[in-house]
Write a protein that binds this ligand. Structure first.
Ligand code: BTN
Length: 233
């Protein structure tokens, strides 16, 4: 894996696309200390001041797209283990499909994109500060553990966990990743509200299936929810 460390960029996902366009010869991870146009899911902004981790990993896609989407679960589990290593006593949970939470507050998010036969795994982890002015609960590592300086060394620590779960996935199947994910699932077995477009559904979060879809029990029926435009609070 090649690691590039940049002082500032618009978005590491966009930089990954530019590199792929020029011809990517090896899997590449791009770390930026500052992003001027950091992006989250659903077209949201991802505030990116200095002190937090922003990076993207560009991988040649060897999988059908639906399978490639499972990499976002792998990235989230890797982020959980990584954060746990820096805050060993803190309970960390995974919110479907791929947010990382501490105490019901988001600390990390994943933006997976596919581009020219590649997968781009964008990861943002709030280390020194949390975003301001949001209507959603957010937190940062500084409230719970060490606040390491941002460096490629730190990214290598996340990559260690990412490689571990990626290998596990290659050797077996998504079922193993699902098992790791579900152990730390936020609100599993509890009532959740899901918003798909303008529709709101309330139900019990029963499981995730072998495709990574959320299994919701609503009005006595099982519904499968895929991770498109879904908000769940
Ligand atoms: C989300 O939870 O909405 C996903 C957040 C992803 C943020 C990261 S930061 C590095 C990479 N570059 C971006 O512009 N976004 C991702």
């Amino acid at each position: 894996m090649v690691i590039l460390e940049l002082e500032s960029i618009d978005s590491t996902n966009e930089e990954a696309k530019r590199i792929i366009k020029k011809g990517l010869f090896e899997d590449t991870a791009i770390l930026a200390h500052i992003q001027s146009s950091g992006r989250g899911r659903y077209g949201r902004e991802w505030q990116s001041p200095e002190g937090n981790l922003y990076f993207s990993v560009a991988l040649k896609n060897k999988y059908p797209l639906q399978q490639a989407a499972q990499i976002s679960f792998i990235a989230a589990i890797a982020a959980k283990d990584f954060i746990q290593s820096l805050a060993p006593k803190t309970a960390i949970e995974l919110k479907w499909p791929n947010d990382v939470l501490i105490g019901d507050k988001k600390i990390a998010g994943i933006l997976l994109e596919s581009y020219n036969d590649h997968v781009i795994v964008g990861v943002g982890i709030n280390i020194a500060s949390r975003p301001e002015g949001l209507d959603r609960p957010v937190t940062c590592l500084a409230n719970y553990g060490k606040t390491p300086a941002i460096s490629s060394r730190l990214l290598e620590e996340w990559l260690f966990f990412f490689d571990k779960y990626l290998n596990l996935w290659h050797k077996s199947s998504f079922a193993v990743i699902r098992d790791c994910w579900i152990k730390n699932a936020w609100k599993l077995g509890k009532q959740i509200n899901i918003k798909i477009g303008n529709e709101k559904i309330t139900g019990i979060f029963k499981d995730i299936n072998d495709k990574g879809e959320l299994v919701l029990e609503s009005n006595g029926k099982s519904k499968l929810i895929s991770s498109g435009e879904v908000f769940f609070d």
